[in-house]
Design a binder for this molecule. Sequence first.
Ligand SMILES: O=C(O)CCC(=O)C(=O)O
Ligand SMILES: [Fe+2]
Length: 235
Amino acid sequence: MNSTPNHDLINVEEQFMDGFKTEPEKAAEEHLFDAAGSVMTVGDMAIPFAKRHTWPLVVELENLLSCEECDQLIQLSGDRMKRSKISSDRVVNQMRTSSGMFFEESENDLIHTIEKRLAKMMNVPIEHAEGLQVLKYTPGQEYKAHHDYFLPTSKAASNNRISTMVVYLNEVEEGGETYFPELNISITPQKGSAVYFEYFYSDEELNKQTLHGGAPVFKGEKWVATQWMRRKSVR
Ligand SMILES: O=C(O)CCC(=O)C(=O)O
Ligand SMILES: [Fe+2]
C-alpha cells in the first residue's frame, strides 16, 4: 500500500514565533498583543486602549497617530489612489468599492516612524510588516465582511497574515463603522484612533470569528490606514 510521507506538514507555530516568542507551545495559546493594563507607552506617546473582545482578541486604541500624521498620510496617498484591488491575485470586485494604495516599506521618515510604532504596539518585528495601505471611501462605498488572512489554497498563505491594525485618519460624518458580525462589535471611526485584531490562533474557529467589514459611508469621506503583519519576515 502506498503511504504519503508528511514531509509537507510544517510546524507553523514554531516557524512564525521564531524571533519574537520563546515558548512556541505556550505562545500558541496566548495573545500576540499585550492587552494587560489600559495604556501602552511607545517613545513619548501614551496610547490608551480598551479590550472589546478576548477570544479572538479585539482592541480599540486611542491617539495612535497624531492629527498631523493623519493629515500627512491622507495628503501623501491622495495622489496615488487607484480603485482598490483585493486578495492576493489583485482582482477588482464588488467586495471592496473604496480606492486604495500601498506605501513602499519605510518609504519616507513619516512612514518609517508610523511603521515602527505600529510594530511595537502589535508586538511583531517590523520585518514582518507589509507596506502600509491607505483606503478612501466616499458615500456608498464599503468593504463587505471578509477575513484578512489568505485561504490555504492561496500562494500567499505560506507566509500568512496574523494580525491587523486599522487606523482611522478622519472622522466620518455618517456611516463607515468597522463591524465584526460574529462578535457583535461595531467601531466608530475617530481621527487617530484604531482597531486591532489577531487571527494566528491554533483554534481555527477563533480565526474565523475575526470576520469584519467597513460599513457603507453615508455622508462625508472615510480614510483608513491598515497595517497587516505576516508570520514570517517580508522585508
Ligand atoms: O475600513 C474598515 O473599516 C475596514 C478595513 C479593512 O477591513 C481592511 O483594510 O482590511
Ligand atoms: Fe480587513
